[in-house]
Design a protein around this ligand. Structure first.
Ligand SMILES: [Zn+2]
Length: 152
């Protein structure tokens, strides 16, 4: 398999307590406990990006950096691709889930890049399905969507 080292990913996080997440702009997101799926992509170094999400010791910049400080990473589902398809993926996922309006989409026209579920199984299943819908290349080569479990 050709390793592109670029691709789209879904970070699955667990939030234990209700939390108000205040981000760099001063905007506050009110979040219920449960599971959250954050959609992102990296065009250069996907591995390095995933490492950055796993770490909590970093300069906080993106919305997800602030959420990451208080939510644990459960798993990361990702698919390598040299095409930027994170927004299509986010839009497919939003059809199936509640979402946090305006989160993680300052640079695009999506309603959100953060979805919510009370069930990690439901979120994982819908994410795997959305990956197949969002990436024709991967839909052909079934099985190239990978999942990394963390012990965060
Ligand atoms: Zn988007």
């Amino acid at each position: 398999m050709r390793l592109l080292n670029a691709g789209t990913y879904l970070l699955i996080l667990e939030l234990i307590s209700p939390t108000n997440v205040k981000v760099r702009s001063g905007k506050t997101f009110v979040l219920e406990p449960g599971y959250y799926g954050y959609v992102g992509s990296a065009l250069n170094d996907l591995g390095k990006r995933i490492d950055r999400h796993l770490s909590t010791k970093k300069k906080l910049y993106w919305h997800i950096d602030y959420l990451r400080q208080i939510a644990s990473v459960q798993s990361i589902i990702f698919a390598e691709s040299d095409k930027r398809n994170e927004c299509l993926f986010a839009q497919n996922l939003i059809l199936k889930h509640q979402y946090v309006s305006g989160f993680g989409c300052s640079d695009c026209r999506c309603k959100s890049h953060l979805v919510y579920s009370s069930s990690i199984e439901e979120l994982t299943d819908n994410a795997l399905a959305a990956f197949k819908l969002s990436n024709p290349e991967l839909a052909v080569n079934d099985g190239e969507v990978k999942q990394l479990h963390t012990n965060d």
